[in-house]
Design a protein around this ligand. Sequence first.
Ligand SMILES: Cc1cc2nc3c(=O)[nH]c(=O)nc-3n(C[C@H](O)[C@H](O)[C@H](O)COP(=O)(O)OP(=O)(O)OC[C@H]3O[C@@H](n4cnc5c(N)ncnc54)[C@H](O)[C@@H]3O)c2cc1C
Length: 378
Amino acid sequence: MPQDARGTPLWEVELGPERPPLAANVRADVCVVGLGGSGLSAVRELRALGASVIGLEAGRVGWGAAGRNGGFLLAGLAPFYHEVVERVGRERARAMYALTMQELDRIATETPAGVSRHGSLRIAESEEELADCEQQFDALRADGFPVERYDGEQGRGLLVPGDGTFQPLVRCRTLAAQSLDAGATLHERSRVVDIRPGCVSTEHGAVHCDLVIVAVDGRLEQLLPELQYTVRSARLQMLATAPTREVHLAHPVYARWGFDYWQQRPDGTIAMGGARDLAETREWTTVAEPTDVVQGALERRLRETLGVHAPVTHRWAAIVGYTASGFPVIDEVRPGVWAIGGYCGTGNVVGSLLGRGLARWRVGGDDSLVRPFVHADD
Ligand SMILES: Cc1cc2nc3c(=O)[nH]c(=O)nc-3n(C[C@H](O)[C@H](O)[C@H](O)COP(=O)(O)OP(=O)(O)OC[C@H]3O[C@@H](n4cnc5c(N)ncnc54)[C@H](O)[C@@H]3O)c2cc1C
């Protein structure tokens, strides 16, 4: 493996002063566990609703997948739209998709730094996949959602014009700053070791509260073992290159049924992820380390498919939650203890939506942002 910053994501930025760990027994209306994009979105909404809120984070803000991902902002869920229609019916599928589109707009407005809206491509690499793109096209068009057929420099498939990319760690940092400004209390390096109705404990303190929101995607089933048959943690890996002008990729790409994905940043850097299925059994793990097998496959893809020879400067991995159904978890796991997660590798938009929506539902009494997602896999 060449010399590079193993384990350091492309997105690494200065997070600002560290928030002190929880070191006492305190009280708040709501305790949010996990300060990635989903948890922070919940925290901020809770403050907007006037609730007192304490957020607890094991590492630093955005230390999980939320600050180490591919940077795609995609409408919809992990399963393609026509599959969602088949599984939950047209009305519910349409409501889910529309809510994610609105959330994507909201992300671009609220935390605009690093957001680009150049659409995203789904590129087919076989006739079967191209036929599946046609089904996705028909289903999206039938429900009035924007989608184009694409046949161009980057391959054949679909263009979803409203999609985009962002700098994920910058969003986490911005959400944390906005939450603090709005009066939330955040504690970093405060790993939650026990969750009971009305009480969340870390090693050095506890939060007594009326409501607990656990917003942890990867390793959710470790924190809440009730979810061990619903959520399974997996590792996803990425690499990034030095800035290059060898190619000009106008759109981020989602290829080979979504298993592989890449984008070119405005400075020319290529960020590429995927190949999980090529080493699948070994990728069902909670060890967030890049491996030679997956990194080798990504590098071949970079060199052979894209023809890019720029040096690889970053390789990294993080853990996400998968559900067998493909739908995310939004569930009251213990009395007053709600969990969200299990986004199957596409949680940037839907995680933010569910974090905000759950806060609004449980504290504000308005379930309109989450209704289609509740018991979606029943
Ligand atoms: C390599 C990779 C590429 C991806 N690409 C994309 C993409 O392009 N588009 C997309 O939409 N999605 C993508 N995803 C998925 C996406 O990153 C996640 O679904 C999303 O970021 C989840 O955010 P979250 O806030 O729900 O959870 P997380 O990011 O998992 O945040 C949970 C936080 O909880 C903390 N935590 C965990 N346990 C405890 C505890 N016991 N006590 C306190 N804190 C705890 C963690 O440290 C973490 O900071 C990708 C993921 C990876 C790994």
